[in-house]
Design a protein around this ligand. Sequence first.
Ligand code: GAR
Length: 202
Amino acid sequence: MSRTLGVLISGRGSNLQVILDAIDEGRLDAYVAIVISNKNDAPGLERARKAGATTAVLSHEDYDSREAFDEAVLGRLSEHDVEVVCLAGFMRILSPVLVRAFPNRILNIHPSLLPAFVGLHAQKQAVEHGVKVSGCTVHLVDEELDHGPILLQQTVPVLEDDTEETLSARILEQEHKLYTEAIRLVLDGKVRVDGRRAIIET
Ligand code: GAR
C-alpha cells in the first residue's frame, strides 16, 4: 500500500493539523497529497496551505446529487493517487460512490464512543443523555453513517458540570492522539477486517 493520504475537511481542521504535524515531525510516515474542503471558508484550508499541501474546494451546493459531488471528490483523489482517505471533521454523508472506491480505506474520527451518539453534536447528545463516560472513535467508513468497523476508541469521563464545550475540548485532546495512531495502523497493513470487526495485528 502506498502511504498517500487525502484528507477531507469542512471546518476548523485541528485533526488535519495533527496529521500534518505528525508527518512533519517524522512520527507518521505518510504524505498528504490533497486536502479537500466542501466549504470555501474552512479554516483548515489555511492550515493545509501553510504546511505546503495541495488544497481543493468542492462545494456540494454546486452538484445536483450526493453521488455527483462524490464523483467530483473521487476525481480529485484519483488524480493525486490517494490510497487512504481521512475524514477530519468532514460533515457530509458519503455515498456508495466513494465508499466502494476505497473499500476499508476511508477512516473517520467521531467524538463519541460509537455506536452511541451518531451524527451531529455527539458531545451535546452525550451531556444531555447523562452518560458518565464518552470519548472518541476512529472507524473505517462503510455505507451507513458513523457505522463501519471500529479501529480505536478512547474513553473520556463526563463530569457533573460538563457542557457541550468543555466535554468537546477534552474529547478533542484524545482525538488528536488517536487519529494518527489509527492511520499508522492502516498504512502499516496491521488491520484485518472480519465482518464488523477490525482486527489489529500486532
Ligand atoms: C471533531 O471533533 C470530529 O471528531 C468531529 O468534528 C470535529 C472536527 O474538528 N467529527 C464529527 O462529528 C463527524 N461525525 P476539527 O475540524 O478541528 O478536526
